[in-house]
Design a protein around this ligand. Structure first.
Ligand SMILES: O=C(O)CCC(=O)C(=O)O
Length: 307
């Protein structure tokens, strides 16, 4: 009879907890009617959550206007969504060409961004992909003006060696703060590329025949796992494409904004649900025994139960 020493790697309690977590995740997806989005994540590697399942248009306008306010103050510019980006006080002139503005570190810049981080529909799909223990990696506002260049296809599995993991380490939830069309400079995907478990080659990343643009109205959230090949089309129309990128990651994967925890105040903790703590880097899971439970759950939930 062989004798084993030490702790159990997967014991009955862990498995039971894993089953409970899986049941919680799936029932949340059902409650919010997001089954079709799960199927698209599995099949195409990305999905669009329609505005009616995300938030009111008033909320989305508030997010957009707050990002614009921050960008204008910090970059000495005026942003006109219909016309473009102007140097401060030069609205009567031509808008600037090829402008991309980015405002990072939105957690800590206003309560509205905490509410967006805690959005139920976005969190339900993020949790499906990354487990209940995932954290926020970074949150940034983007303003993209007219320009000439495509953004090459890439994956969001930064520094992960190939073959890329079958179950993503990260996911990107991009809030569309203006309408997305090809001419507006939409994000583009190669559908199904997440199953290849590798990055595009240089040639593939520049092959625009592969670029399938996302067409979706303001207020949608475009969501994809770290393996999906994506890039973006140049904006041809005048005006500005506005978006907010919320990049979530498994608890052991890197944090693009490592200082987020330091910006969290007691007021922020008091006004948010408990899960906020974990998302911003507090309450990290312990390795044993609940850590194992999470790992087991995350593997299982990636096989679509809705197929
Ligand atoms: O700007 C876009 O449409 C693409 C954004 C992107 O590639 C990313 O967030 O990884």
């Amino acid at each position: 009879m062989q004798k084993f020493e030490g702790f159990s790697f997967v014991d009955r309690e862990d498995l039971a907890e894993a089953g409970n977590a899986e049941a919680r995740i799936l029932s949340e997806i059902k409650r919010l009617s997001l089954e079709q989005n799960v199927l698209e994540l599995e099949d195409r590697g990305y999905t669009v959550i329609s505005p009616d399942k995300v938030a009111s248009i008033g909320f989305v306008e508030q997010v957009r206007d707050e990002i614009i306010r921050l960008m204008e103050a910090e970059n000495d510019v005026t942003i006109d969504i219909e016309r473009g980006v102007f140097s401060q006080g030069e609205r009567e002139r031509e808008p600037r060409h090829g402008v991309d503005l980015i405002r990072e570190q939105l957690i800590g810049a206003g309560e509205i961004f905490e509410k967006a981080l805690m959005n139920e529909a976005v969190l339900a799909l993020t949790t499906y992909l990354l487990g209940e223990s995932c954290h926020l990696s970074s949150m940034a506002g983007i303003a993209k003006g007219p320009g000439d260049g495509y953004l090459q296809m890439h994956t969001d599995h930064i520094a992960v060696p190939e073959p890329l993991p079958a179950h993503p380490y990260a996911c990107n939830a991009t809030w569309l703060l203006t309408d997305y069309t090809l001419e507006n400079g939409a994000t583009c995907f190669q559908p199904g590329s997440h199953k290849l478990l590798r990055r595009p080659t240089g040639e593939e990343s520049r092959d625009v025949a592969r670029f399938e643009p996302v067409t979706a109205p303001m207020g949608s959230v475009l969501l994809w796992g770290g393996n999906a090949w994506h890039g973006s089309a140049p904006r041809i129309n005048p005006g500005v494409r506005m978006s907010m990128i919320v990049y979530y990651a498994r608890w052991f994967y890197f944090r693009d904004d490592p200082d987020v925890t330091a910006r969290v105040t007691s007021e922020m903790l008091a006004r948010n649900p408990r899960r906020f703590r974990r998302l911003v880097g507090l309450d990290r899971p312990t390795l044993m025994p609940s850590g194992d439970a999470e790992v087991v759950t995350q593997g299982r939930t990636c096989i679509s139960p809705f197929a």
